[in-house]
Design a binder for this molecule. Structure first.
Ligand code: ATP
Length: 248
């Protein structure tokens, strides 16, 4: 359903993604793990198409030369050069690193902004769903986004992405900076979303521990290259992965 092959991204002459291939089937959760600077955000920006916009903007401003190579196919369609807004219409929705919610808009406004691609009926139904899985958001619906805790902001960021009716949800480091108990709760919610809403999810994380149990398949990125891949059991039992990502 989602096939990425031979993806290369250069920032000037610096190779940030080196021949990355990955796939994600319908209703699968795929994990992408890697240390700081491994290329996780570059990958997520490239899959969502935002890298294409950044590249064009840099080119017009005479700034950094960004080169993207490879092929991205979503539901049988080659979307490699498709603009991010059109990818969103196809159902590829990115929930970016560091949440990027609107701090001066309320929780409800943030969620409604996310619903710009939804019909009124879908927006109502999804809003109910978001308030069910992330129940603190209902109580906080009039609070400004900037006054939420980190965990609440992340719930809001995922909720806003859900409002856009994703078929493929891209979560870039959703657990970053959160306490272990909140990480555990959010990881469980991510799995519930997949189970209840029929969508595929690609989630990137620096630390494998909280996310590994919920993924079906995963990739380890090192210096922009995918060096190990496998099911969650295969990855958890791989001695190199254990040492590097579980500290055992
Ligand atoms: P983090 O966990 O720190 O977000 P990451 O795995 O998401 O890391 P990326 O942000 O994709 O990694 O960065 C991959 C590499 O590309 C890094 O070496 C980074 O410094 C470099 N890089 C990222 N953005 C740019 C840019 N606009 N120009 C030049 N180099 C960049």
């Amino acid at each position: 359903m989602f096939e990425v092959s031979g993806l290369m991204v250069f920032y000037e002459n610096m190779l940030a993604l080196n021949n990355v291939s990955l796939s994600c089937d319908s209703d699968q959760i795929v994990g992408v793990f890697g240390a700081n600077s491994a290329g996780k955000s570059t990958l997520m920006y490239t899959l969502s198409g935002i890298m294409e916009d950044i590249r064009t903007k840099e080119e017009m401003a005479g700034g950094e030369r960004i080169t993207i190579r490879g092929k991205i196919v979503f539901r049988g369609k080659d979307i490699t050069e498709m603009r991010p807004s059109l990818r969103a219409r196809e159902g590829i929705i990115l929930c970016p690193e560091r949440r990027r919610i609107f701090p001066e808009s309320t929780v409800l406004e943030n969620l409604k902004i996310g619903g710009y691609l939804a019909t009124a009926g879908q927006a109502r139904e999804t809003l109910d769903y978001v308030f069910t899985i992330f129940s603190p958001l209902e109580r906080l619906s009039k609070r400004l986004g900037g006054f939420l805790s980190g965990g609440e902001q992340q719930m809001l960021a995922i909720g806003r992405a859900l409002m856009a009716q994703p078929k493929l949800l891209l979560l870039d480091e959703p657990l970053l900076g959160l306490s272990p108990s909140i990480q555990f709760l959010l990881a469980k919610s991510i799995k519930n979303i997949r189970d209840q809403r029929n969508m595929s999810i690609i989630v990137s994380e620096q630390y494998a521990r909280p996310v590994m149990p919920i993924i079906d398949y995963g990739y380890i990125l090192e210096n922009g290259a995918s060096v190990v891949q496998g099911t969650n059991h295969e990855l958890m039992n791989n001695p190199d992965v254990k040492t590097a990502y579980f500290g055992t």
